[in-house]
Ligand binder design. Sequence first.
Ligand code: HAM
Length: 417
Amino acid sequence: MAKLRSVKGMNDVLPEDAARWHRLESTFRELVGRYGFGEVRTPLVEPTELFVRSIGEATDIVEKEMYTFDDRGGESLTLRPEGTASAARAWLQHSVGNQQPVTKWFYMGTMYRRERPAKGRYREFRQAGCEIYGDPGPFVDAELIDLVVRYLRALGIQDIEVLINSLGAGETRDRYREALLDYLRPHASELSEDSQRRLERNPLRVLDSKAKQDQAIAENAPQILDYLDEESATHFEELKAALEAMGTPYVVEPRLVRGLDYYTRTLFEVRGRGGDLGANAALCGGGRYDDMVAELGGPSTPAIGFAIGLDRLLLVMAEGTPKPSLDGFLIVRSKELRTKALAIAQQLRDAGCRIDADLRGGSMKSQFRRADKSSAPFALVLAEAEAEAGTLQVKELATGEQNELPVDQVADAILRG
Ligand code: HAM
């Protein structure tokens, strides 16, 4: 029988790696908490139509990367490929806009895209993101971009580039679309198959294409910043000024369009330059999507957000010294003392210590071997004499130093280190 393995591009996180994940997650939670973001948790599965309508039909995600299936009732469902559409759906469904003028939400969780797996590109991956509804910017745009930079710095990730662009509002998009089409049509036959197919429906996608022949043509395409309506141009100028005032580094990249159709005005991407991931990998993407809520059937509501690819951060983050996951390892001299040992272990855990013990009844030597292999700095030895006296031998494994202490003083001693 073939060996059972996890689905291609979907990875397990084992306990030895979990500590690094916790660091990513707790640093994010702590930071966004300081800005007043509340956590939203939405289902992993949504009606397919939600993603088709928001992300856009002529995008890579919707055309070829979604995990879509019919449930037993015949409804088409999709594993979420991203968090923005689900958050907007939840915000609308619960009429949150009626209760507060501005909503600040964050989320963390797994997303699903059937991409070609590679280093830093998986079919199940984890994102941490923020979404804000009800604030048209541009100051909140700058604050969000700055938040991402601060988060990365808190993790020791310094070698980054922040790219920004503006896609303008409705009319800009239409005028630019026409100009881009006029430029691209004569080159149509040189474009990749995907781009040829999407050309008339969604010419902006050509700028975002990974195909070499498309990139060569995109190089000389007209730039959207030359087509901005006045309000969008002012918005972009104010955004840049706000970033400068905060000392947030950025580079204007007029060719940045990104792979989702819902963006308007501010668009940004943070790329990492170092580590295992190779140059220019996108660590975070975000932008304004002022039309999405209305397109999903709600009132016209400005919105902006970002999502960070946590799997990619792990690849660029410095290792750091792992914290021990135990405070003490309890060693029991004889089988008869195991019930007593259970009670002592519980007493220490109740006092806040992280305790493991080997209660299989093996030799002292084998128990010490396990204690040495564990991350516990102390071995706590229970033999007949100690059981009688209500004490434990507390041995510091790194130095071999040993003290006998009453059980109720052990927690204090090992927590102090
Ligand atoms: P996105 O650019 O599609 O944007 O994804 C954001 C980040 O998720 C990427 O920069 C990357 O780090 C990570 N990512 C994407 N695909 C994969 C993958 N297959 N494997 C590993 N990591 C991946 C969004 O998802 C938008 N929802 C961002 C947003 C929020 N815009 C407004 N609000």
